[in-house]
Design a binder for this molecule. Structure first.
Ligand code: UDP
Ligand code: GLC
Length: 413
């Protein structure tokens, strides 16, 4: 099976990290095995491209589809966006000649994939990582994507039931969609005690005479974007008024939301929380950083489509607090493998933190059950097998198989 993966971003967002795990996870490579071969067409340069290079994955930069600056009217902007599609479409058409299947991993990749699909007749898989609602996209974009996906994609992989539900409620074709969760290798989250102790020391989280022990550490692992809700966590921290609590904000603005990063720093100062909050920026050593935390908080202000950070927290054996909406109720069971709270409610978040901080036994029970549950349900071997089987089934169906030259008719025997 030869697959051409398309992705619009050069950044390491969740969709790109998910794709990296699909195409390269050491011994369990999905492509470049006897089973499948693949290459990636990218529409922007950046750290994602570097990671592909490091993993020795064939990739091609086929244009730049990063949003142009908004200095003209909406009509002109749309026109420019259409013109900017020409190069990627031409390049992807060329690359598609050697492929049997196109796999679009982001919305703009889906647009390009749909055009290429019309010309080539190749099966097109759309990995839908987004909740197509007004909280995440413009009305026009939502409608276009739902239409395109329903009409042009051969199959749609939704990253959660929450994502699938919104897609079908907006008129998307349900029969084409399958839910496949992001997959992870549990062993990546086993961090040795020595590393954790050393990192705690480096971060200043070890013994403090004043508080008689390690600082109680909360971790938030999300890129900086208003809907990811780090500001809600800061509000909850102020509400708690407990100086023994330390907060690690891990992540950075990836898609032009730099203003929000500044806003978070200003909010930290305004609330007088400077001594309790550390901004660590975007880090690669997520398992190690998870290991130093006592509690993981994910507090988005809009429904999360999947939220890799919640599963990563579970795999690290940590209790995870998340809102009772979007994908979270599918990933965590309240009181068993995590802690669900009303969304967008800083007081409820503060109360949940207070309760879990006071009960180390409960935290341990939740963390252990979460790790056991997540290492089965979200195991990469399992999710990659589902993706592989889905792609494979498309190649076997005569309708979606690319037309092959037929062998000559031997005539009557
Ligand atoms: N992440 C990371 N370094 C950071 C912060 C986050 O590698 O400093 C990773 C995190 O471990 C997770 C991904 O970025 O795998 C974020 O994915 P998620 O699905 O949670 O959210 P997205 O940002 O894609 O909406
Ligand atoms: C997108 C979504 C995030 C999801 C990731 C991987 O970035 O915003 O919720 O975890 O894709 O599917």
């Amino acid at each position: 099976m030869t697959i051409l993966f398309l992705d619009q971003s050069g950044e390491l967002g969740g969709a790109e990290l998910c794709l990296l795990d699909i195409i390269d996870h050491g011994d369990h490579r999905f492509i470049d095995t006897p089973l499948a071969h693949g290459q990636v067409a990218l529409f922007a340069e950046g750290p994602f491209q570097e990671r592909l290079a490091r993993a020795d994955i064939e990739h091609h930069l086929v244009g730049d589809l990063r949003a142009p600056r908004r200095e003209c009217s909406v009509v002109r902007q749309r026109l420019r966006e259409i013109i900017r599609l020409i190069r990627p479409v031409r390049e992807v058409l060329r690359l598609a000649q050697d492929c049997e299947l196109i796999y679009a991993n982001t919305p703009k990749a889906m647009v390009v994939g749909a055009i290429v699909q019309r010309f080539t007749g190749l099966p097109l898989v759309y990995h839908l990582h987004d909740i197509l609602s007004a909280q995440h996209f413009g009305q026009w974009e939502c409608r276009l994507l739902v239409r395109l996906a329903s009409n042009c994609a051969t199959r749609i992989i939704a990253n959660s039931q929450a994502t699938q539900r919104v897609f079908t409620a907006a008129g998307g074709e349900r029969d084409k969609t399958t839910v496949i969760y992001n997959g992870f290798l549990p062993q990546k989250f086993a961090v040795d005690v020595g590393t954790t102790i050393e990192l705690r020391r480096k971060l200043g989280l070890h013994q403090t005479a004043a508080h008689g022990g390690n600082r109680f550490t909360i971790g938030c692992f999300s890129r900086f974007a208003p809907w990811k809700g780090q500001s809600l966590m800061l509000e909850a921290l102020a509400e708690l008024a407990d100086p023994t609590i330390h907060l690690l904000l891990v992540g950075d603005a990836l898609f032009g939301e730099g203003e929000y990063g500044l806003k978070l720093r200003r909010q930290t100062e305004a609330l007088g929380l400077q001594s309790q909050v550390q901004f660590l920026g975007f880090r690669e050593e997520v398992p190690q950083l998870l290991s130093v935390c006592d509690l993981i908080v994910h507090s988005p202000r809009a429904p999360e489509p999947f939220g890799r950070v919640m599963v990563e927290g579970m795999l690290a054996g940590k209790p995870v607090i998340a809102p009772e909406e979007g994908s979270a109720p599918e990933l965590l069971r309240h009181g068993e493998t995590g802690w669900l709270i009303p969304p967008r409610d800083a007081i409820a978040l503060a109360q949940a933190i207070h309760q879990l901080k006071a009960d180390p036994g409960l935290r341990q029970r939740l963390g252990q059950a979460a790790a056991a549950d997540a290492s089965q349900r979200f195991h990469l071997d399992y999710t990659n097998r589902q993706i592989y089987d889905l792609c494979d089934s498309l190649l076997q169906s005569p309708r979606s198989r690319p037309s092959q030259p037929r062998p000559p008719d031997p005539g009557p025997i």
